[in-house]
Structures are given as structure tokens and as C-alpha cells.
Design a protein around this ligand. Structure first.
Ligand code: DX5
Ligand code: ZN
Length: 225
């Protein structure tokens, strides 16, 4: 019997960032299980968002919610301490630019955060295999990181399915182009942490989108049990 839980985390990247706090609170009130905060450095990805000072201010206004920072940065080690000080719960970083993945995982844990390992569409799932003992979650990108509103890459589903097959209790997250029309592919493959940006933010009824995403994941978990 698996103990997996469905977790829906809206990405606020395409929200009105001038209203970051209100938008985030609204999504939590609509049933979001966590906030997925996209941090970009303009180097690892060709876009720039916000960093730890903004996350810290948001945390002051929203003391209780689970914050995941998705670190699309070239030097993830550099931001571990500042993000821990901003009271981030989970630090999810890309393994591609990192030499010593276990060392970064150790430092994140020492700083009191959970560890997420992220891979881009072009990165094989084999790359994370050796590090799963150090991680709380694996993030399989379903778009090229950098921008919201891109088309979901269904050909990433075999990575999710392979991980689920081999690691029944691992938290597997998908991010990019996920919404009501693509969620069933993700849940069937075995993802249980779902990032959804545009599909939630631009919806007329974000609450029902969040609950339909959750239902799809729960149904898939129940079928496997
Ligand atoms: C892309 C980001 C995603 C993105 C998701 O680089 O990591 O979190 O904002 O947004 P949608 O759901 O619109 O693809
Ligand atoms: Zn993201």
C-alpha cells in the first residue's frame, strides 16, 4: 500500500507579480497544497524572476504554507543559506550544472530544508538514479525551463513511469504545461506532485481546476493500491 499523497502546487510565475502575496494567498484559499516559486538567474535559463529577498517578504506575509523554490540557477549552492533564512521548506535544484550532487543535498538538509532534484527534458532519468537516497522528491520537467505557458511534452512521461515503477514511494513532481487536459497522462505515469501555472492562474474557476488535478492524481494512486 503506497503512502503517496496528491499535492498540487500552483506556479505564480504568470500571475500578477505586483500582487504576489494576494495571488499566493488566493491560490492557497482555493486548495493549493504548496506554492511552487520559480527562481531564475538569467544564466541557467534565459529569463529572470525573483530571489530570496522576495521569497523572504512573501514568507513574512504567509507564515504557514509549504514553500518549494524551483532553483533554475547555475550555482544552486550559493542560494541555500539565504533560502533557508527565508524559511523555504523545499529546495529543488537542477542537477545539470552541479559537480557534486550529494554534497549540495547534504548542505540543503543541514540548512533544514527538504531536497528536490530537477532534470530538464534533455537529461536522462539515469542521472538522478544514484542520488535518490539523498532526495525527498524528483522533478521531471515537462517543458524547457524558463517560461510559463509552454506546451506539455508528453514524451517525458516514460521518465515518470520508470521512476514510479522502480521507486513506489518516491515523490515525483511534474512541471510545465500541466492542466486539466494533460493531468491524466501525468497521474497515470505516476506523478503525485503537480505544478500548474497558466492552467490555474488563468482559469475562470481556479478552485475547480485545483480540485480536478487532485482528483486525477488520487484516482491513479487508488488504482495502484
Ligand atoms: C517553467 C517553470 C514552471 C512554469 C509552469 O520554467 O519552472 O514552473 O512556470 O507554468 P505552466 O504551467 O504555465 O507551464
Ligand atoms: Zn517550476
Amino acid at each position: 500500500m503506497s503512502c503517496l499523497k496528491p499535492m498540487i502546487g500552483p506556479s505564480i510565475l504568470n500571475a500578477d507579480l505586483a500582487q504576489l502575496c494576494d495571488e499566493s494567498q488566493r491560490l492557497l484559499d482555493f486548495g493549493a497544497d504548496y506554492l511552487h516559486l520559480d527562481v531564475m538567474d538569467g544564466h541557467f535559463v534565459p529569463n529572470l524572476t525573483f530571489g530570496h529577498p522576495v521569497v523572504k517578504c512573501l514568507r513574512n506575509k504567509i507564515p504557514k504554507a509549504f514553500f518549494e523554490t524551483h532553483m533554475m540557477v547555475s550555482n544552486p549552492e550559493q542560494w541555500i543559506e539565504p533560502m533557508a533564512e527565508a524559511k523555504v521548506d523545499q529546495y529543488t535544484f537542477h542537477v545539470e550544472p552541479v559537480q557534486d550532487v550529494p554534497e549540495i543535498c547534504r548542505k540543503i538538509k543541514e540548512a533544514g530544508m527538504k531536497v528536490g532534484l530537477a532534470i530538464k527534458p534533455g537529461t536522462s532519468v539515469d542521472v538522478v538514479k544514484d542520488y535518490l537516497d539523498f532526495a525527498d522528491l524528483v522533478l521531471i520537467m515537462t517543458v524547457e525551463p524558463g517560461f510559463g505557458g509552454q506546451k506539455f511534452m508528453a514524451d517525458m512521461m516514460p521518465k515518470v513511469a520508470w521512476l514510479r515503477e522502480n521507486y513506489p514511494d518516491l515523490n515525483i513532481e511534474v512541471d510545465g504545461g500541466v492542466g486539466p487536459s494533460t493531468i491524466d497522462q501525468c497521474s497515470k505515469a505516476g506523478a503525485n506532485w503537480i505544478v500548474s501555472g497558466t492552467a490555474v492562474i488563468k482559469a475562470e474557476d481556479p478552485k475547480s481546476v485545483i480540485s480536478s488535478l487532485k482528483k486525477s492524481v488520487q484516482t491513479a494512486i487508488d488504482l495502484k493500491n
